[in-house]
Every structure is written in C-alpha cells, then in structure tokens.
Design a binder for this molecule. Structure first.
Ligand code: PLP
Length: 468
C-alpha cells in the first residue's frame, strides 16, 4: 500500500488530472452493509481500481481548479503515524498536544502575535472564520450572551467584509445566529481590494442608525482573484471604531513564509484573529485549517464549558488545562498537528516559502503569455497566484463555460469557471508545489486548441489523445 501511494505521487504526471467516473464504478459504492468481511488485499484492490483513479486530482501538477494544495509524501507518512497512534486531541496531558502547541508558537512568531495568543487546528478556514465570528460576537455582547443568545442586543450587531470575501463568511453569519443581513458587503476597487473609505462611511451610517458595528473581515488573498485587502488601513479603522479585526488568510496568510511576498501582508500582525489553511499553500494533506487569536482569553470565554466528566487536575492525565476543547466547538479531534509539524520540519520554512513565491512567479508567467496571445484575454489583475482569463469570442460567456468543462474532461489540465462582473472567466489557481511552466503551457495550449474548435464547431472528442 505504501509503495502504491509513493508510486502514485511519483508518477502522477502520467495520469489524467481528472477523469469522469464510469457509472459502474460509482455503482460499486451503493452496496448494502458488508455483513461478512473481505480481505485487506481485496479492499486495497478495490481502492486502487475504483477510488484512486477517480479522485479530484488536486495532487496533480495540472490541477489549478479552485484553491487546493498538492500534499507531499512527508505529509502522507505523518498521517499514517497519527492514525497508528490514534490520538484524540480534545485535551489531557499528552505529548501530541505539545506538538499542536508548537504549531501555535510558530504561528505566533510568523504573524508577530503576543504571548497571550492562542490557536486551534480546525477542519479548514470555513470553520476558522466561523470561530472568528463567534469569538467576536461573544466579545461584543459579553459572556452573558452565552446564556441569553443573540435575540436581544445581538440583533443590533453588524459585520463588514468586502464583496469579494469568501462565501463562508456569509455562512458563518448565518450559523452564528446573526443572520447574513447583518453582513455588509463593502465595495472593492479596480484591484479587487476592499474600499476602506466606503467601509468608513458604512460604519458611520450604521452607527447613526443605532446599530452596533462589531467585526470587520479583511481577506489576505481573495478566492476569486487573489487580491489582498489593504490590511493596515483596515486595522487602523478597526482600532478607531473598536471593531474586531479578523483576517481571512485561508489562501494567502502563509505567504508570510516568503520574504519577497511578506511585505504585501503588512498589517496582518495587528489582526485580532486570523484564519489560515495549511492544506492549501502549506501543502499539508487534507484537512488542516487553523484559527489564531491574539487574545486567548476571548476564545476561552466563547467556548470553555465546565463538565464533570471533563474535570481537570494538576497532575495525572487530566492535567494541562486549558485543553483544545475549551478553545473551539469540538471535543474529539484528530492529530492534524503532526502532519503539519512533519511538513514544516522536514522541508523547512525557507523551502515552503520558496514554493509559495514560485506559484506567484508562475502566475506572472501565465499572465504574460495571455497578454501576448491575441486569442486570450486577461480578466483580472494578478496579485498572487490566481489568473483569470478567457478565450475571446462573440459568445464569450457560453463558450468559456463550456471550455472549462472540456478542459477538465480532456484530463490535460483542470481550471475552474468563475464569474467576474457578469463575465464568465477561466480561473487558474496555482497552489501545487509540483506545478511547473510546462503545466501552465499545457493549460493555455489546450485552451487555444479547444477554444478554436468550439468557436468553429469542429468535433472535439479526440482532443485528449491529440494533445498528449
Ligand atoms: C479556501 C478558502 C476558504 C475556505 O477554506 P476551507 O479550508 O476550504 O474551509 C475561505 N476563504 C478563502 C479566501 C479561501 O481561499
């Protein structure tokens, strides 16, 4: 099994990035309860033939659809160790928790956070952003709101995020009981960054209307185009207006590991909290999201709950309070910290940072090639690692939507489709450390061939073999 997975990673380039799932393969997983066992090798064989070839493809260097990391052999081996150990990181006095705390110390150092900061591994930034809304809500309403809920004063709370913010911020407002109408969408400038003067006006208007502004979410690397909101300006306004300043750094925060890119994130060190994903640019296997708070006390105030069966001691296995279960919603938790620790120590942060800046260099290369190709059109500024473009055509929205599907089905490259100002764009997010110039060329070459075929109504079924 180990050999199969090492071979998979080593030779992934020879596979299609993605391929449609045949109906009989899909159907193999609609079986009834397995009352009698099959052998481990039979289960493994089924995995090899029916699961592995039809995965999403994000380990492949040609995968640029959505923002997803590539994983590494080191991360895979660490996952095997954690599964073998079967540690439950909800709490108690155990060394796996010190590994998680080590990551907390590293994040504190990376973002220049004080000794009072605390952090927590979560599934991903969707959850980390939810924790930010919950902690900010409890700070704004006081710990008493845990008893009375948000129906009273909570109804007055308003939060702000740019119109380019990730949809999980809206979801977090809904889950937190504040409702998505309490999230103001701040307009963005031509670079796709939050317009801070508009934010200033919106906060003033809400105060005048008797509402209580409590939270501003800035994004460090927007999901659609990779824009970085003006963090320092947002920090200054948040300080002046006493708003919780949260940074959604799911995509971009780890660019702090790159000395060339870090200056663009100036202001992030002033955040009250940061959401980030090790499973994206950190190349840690799924899932590994992280929530970092400047003041751990607020996190405890939001989540710590006394329970007789979770009583703490100063000695014995129930020592070591506070526990992660005091800092977030989960009690039982896996050992996400181990694969993150292995990834950091076995590669070193200089190399991880270099892989991040290399994705941005590839994005600049791609931008230049698009600008030098008359059939293609660049659709957004390229600040980090995301390139939005389209094939020029009279019928551009329909053609480019179809083009993305055809590219995915070709197995050559996987971009995703998105929409910017009503225009359908082909979006390439370069995150995987395995991606090189040839992969960018393959995507653009395939876009040209398929785009020409689509617009001239030539048959397109044989593209995969032709181009490979
Ligand atoms: C990916 C992403 C998220 C969501 O993170 P998950 O880890 O997928 O839950 C949130 N915000 C931004 C900017 C992202 O890129």
């Amino acid at each position: 099994m180990l050999d199969d997975m090492l071979d998979y990673m080593e030779h992934i380039r020879q596979r299609p990035v993605w391929q449609p799932i045949p109906p009989e393969v899909r159907g193999a997983f609609t079986a009834p309860l397995p009352r009698q066992p099959i052998s481990l090798s039979q289960a493994h064989a089924q995995f090899m033939t029916q699961v592995l070839p039809y995965a999403g493809g994000n380990s492949h260097p040609g995968f640029m659809g959505w923002v997803q990391g590539g994983g590494t052999p080191v991360g895979m081996l660490a996952e095997m160790l954690s599964a073998g150990l079967n540690a439950n990181l909800g709490g108690r006095d155990q060394m796996p928790l010190e590994v998680e705390r080590q990551i907390g110390l590293w994040m504190r150092e990376l973002f220049g956070f004080p000794d009072t900061s605390s952090g927590l591994f979560v599934t991903g930034s969707s959850t980390a952003n939810l924790l930010a809304v919950l902690v900010a809500r409890t700070q704004a309403l006081g710990a008493a709101s845990r008893a009375c809920g948000v129906a009273g004063e909570g109804a007055q709370l308003v939060a702000y995020a740019a119109s380019s913010a990730h949809s999980c911020i809206t979801k977090a407002m809904e889950i937190s009981g504040l409702g998505n109408q309490a999230l103001r969408q701040v307009p963005v400038n031509a670079q796709g960054q939050m317009d801070v003067s508009a934010l200033t006006r919106m906060v003033a208007a809400d105060r005048l209307a008797g509402l209580q502004p409590f939270l501003v979410v800035a994004t460090a690397g927007t999901v659609n185009i990779g824009a970085i909101d003006p963090l320092e300006q947002v920090a200054a306004l948040a300080a002046q207006e006493q708003l919780w300043f949260h940074v959604d750094g799911a995509l971009g925060a780890l660019a702090m590991l790159s000395p060339e890119l870090a200056p663009q994130f100036k202001g992030i060190e002033q955040a009250d909290s940061i959401a980030l994903d090790f499973h994206k640019w950190g190349q840690v296997p799924y899932d590994a999201g992280y929530f970092l708070a400047r003041d751990g006390a607020g996190q405890l105030e939001t989540f710590a709950t006394p329970a007789a069966y979770l009583a703490r001691h100063t000695r014995g296995l129930a020592a070591g309070s506070p526990w992660p279960c005091d800092l977030g919603p989960d009690l039982s938790r896996g050992f996400r910290a181990l694969k993150t620790w292995f990834t950091f120590v076995c590669h070193g942060t200089e190399k991880l940072g270099a892989a991040i800046s290399n994705s941005c260099a590839l994005a600049q290369y791609m931008k230049q090639r698009i600008e030098a190709t008359p059939e293609l059109e660049l659709m957004a500024p390229v600040a980090l690692n995301i390139v939005c473009y389209r094939f020029r055509s009279a019928n551009a929205n329909t053609i480019n939507d179809e083009l993305v599907v055809l590219l995915q089905e070709s197995g050559i490259a996987v971009p995703s489709a998105s929409t910017l100002d009503g225009q359908v764009v082909i979006r390439a997010a370069i995150v995987n450390h395995r991606t090189v110039v040839a992969d960018i060329d393959a995507l653009l070459d395939a876009t040209l061939v398929l785009g020409q075929k689509l617009t001239s109504a030539q048959p397109i079924h044989s593209l995969h073999r032709e181009l490979l």
